[in-house]
Design a protein around this ligand. Sequence first.
Ligand code: HEM
Length: 260
Amino acid sequence: MGLFFHDCFVNGCDASVLLDDTPNFTGEKTAGPNLNSLRGFEVIDEIKEAVNSACCGNVVSCADILAVAARDSVAILGGPSYQVLLGRRDARTASLNDANSDIPRPIFDFPALLSNFQNHGLDLNDLVLLSGGHTIGLARCTNFRDRIYNETNIKPKFAASLRGICPKEGGDDNTATLDATTANFDTEYFKDLLKLKGLLHSDQELFKGVGSASDGLVQYYNNNPGAFFADFGVSMIKMGNMKPLTGSDGEIRMNCRKIN
Ligand code: HEM
């Protein structure tokens, strides 16, 4: 799911994020938000090989594989399923600069998060719903250190326990879970935000307890798991429809790591 998000937010869902750097080609993998953060490239390679062999050839794009894999990982972890539209083609280009500028950062405050999403044609609901993707997965110490040592809108006991994992200096790559039930797709992420137990600064920005619109949405989805499941699928479809390459644009890559 993280791969799909970092693909779609950089010039659309075109599998540009999967391209490896070579001596004559610079991809997106070394961009700040991607380096040491994105995992699962080998899984995509395996799926691509299996799909090519099942289809007796190269018919399913890497961009579509990312979309379907994101959906299936959500469903396998107990989340909703939804109907992914297919037919995306793969980019023959990538942009390191755009990857650095277009993917939201965990240090962003609420206005920056919202305007980043709006620049991608997404709205406040999508921001809260898709951030709910943090109901699974991990983050590295370097991405939450400042929050656990310097912020005040964090539950003190929670901050103290994280300090054990994430020292003031060193341990940059030590990980903590983004919510308390990391292997389950559920509404725990929202519950944690209500308890001031958001791991990233950007997570807790969605709930500050001041009665803002995003506060209300966090409360609503915490109280209505069914609505979260249904609406999450709608937002994922919306994200997955951002600027796809279609027709004769792009190509269907043989190997997701390199252009044909
Ligand atoms: C709202 C803005 C967002 C910010 C600032 C943000 C930031 C982050 C950060 C910093 C990490 C940890 C990376 C690391 O430490 O290596 C992370 C992990 C993750 N994010 Fe986000 N994210 C955002 C939205 C999303 C969205 C929209 C999705 C998908 C729908 C998503 C899915 C994930 C997943 C699944 C992980 C865990 C990855 C893993 O464990 O391998 N995030 N995010």
